[in-house]
Design a protein around this ligand. Sequence first.
Ligand SMILES: [Zn+2]
Length: 294
Amino acid sequence: MIHALSFDIEDWFHMVDIEAVADTSKWPEYSSIVVDRTKWIVDLIGEYETKATFFLLGWVAHRYPEITRYIQAQGHEIGTHSYWHRKVYELTPDEFREDMQLSMDVISDVTGEPVRGFRAPSFSITPGTEWAFDVLLDLGITYDASLFPAPRGHGGYDCQQEAHEVTAPSGRVLPELPMSIRNLGPVPIPFSGGGYMRFLPKMMIHDAFRKFEKRETPVVIYLHPRDFDPDTPRVPMPLKRKFKCYVGMKTTEGKLRSLLKSKQFDTCEAVLRNQGVPALHERSGVCEPKSVSA
Ligand SMILES: [Zn+2]
């Protein structure tokens, strides 16, 4: 079984709904961890000769083209995580289109390659936000990895766990690689990324992997540079959020290494292909964006 390894590349201050870091004009003034920590991640997974998908924030790619090139030079897949890291369900379709276009242009300018994959900030494609799939298709995105099939703070979308196709309001389909949720009885337990992976003991994470392998369903790991960085600057936030943001940062590296040692991983694109739901640009006869409905 080959699982998906992915990283959302953003800085420590790209946290949604935290007042202290909401002013985007202040972002350039903050100390930054994204370049050093991303390079560290690329080098770490290089030790295991594993390929991964890096969903880059356009803001990061614009400001730090060198890290984008570093990821590309090691043969990893580069997708987008939007430009400004705003929640999709709070945007209008036009605002989302503009943000995505900017992000894709910036990343393509650096890599010289089209951007194919998308992950929404905070998994914020929610019921009622399906228009986003049409925007993604219009812009030439060929797969999505944004759906989080469990309730959560800023997202959540009830869908099947396996890779599948979502149908946009226009009737067009888009390949989807959802996040991994383990059900303990009626209780959905996310385990494969962010605060969930930092919080849960290694044994529970490995156990969840085994459950997924039994069902022949790949797990999708999603981590961020700050997940590995106990020295991340702290800002005021509600207690519950503070716990979620900072718990277990020292444990992430060991957990990831133990998985890299014992499991096989590849990019989101490769996993979709293995699961029989290839990204649209890999299918014959489908290549032109903007081909359907205006
Ligand atoms: Zn993010």
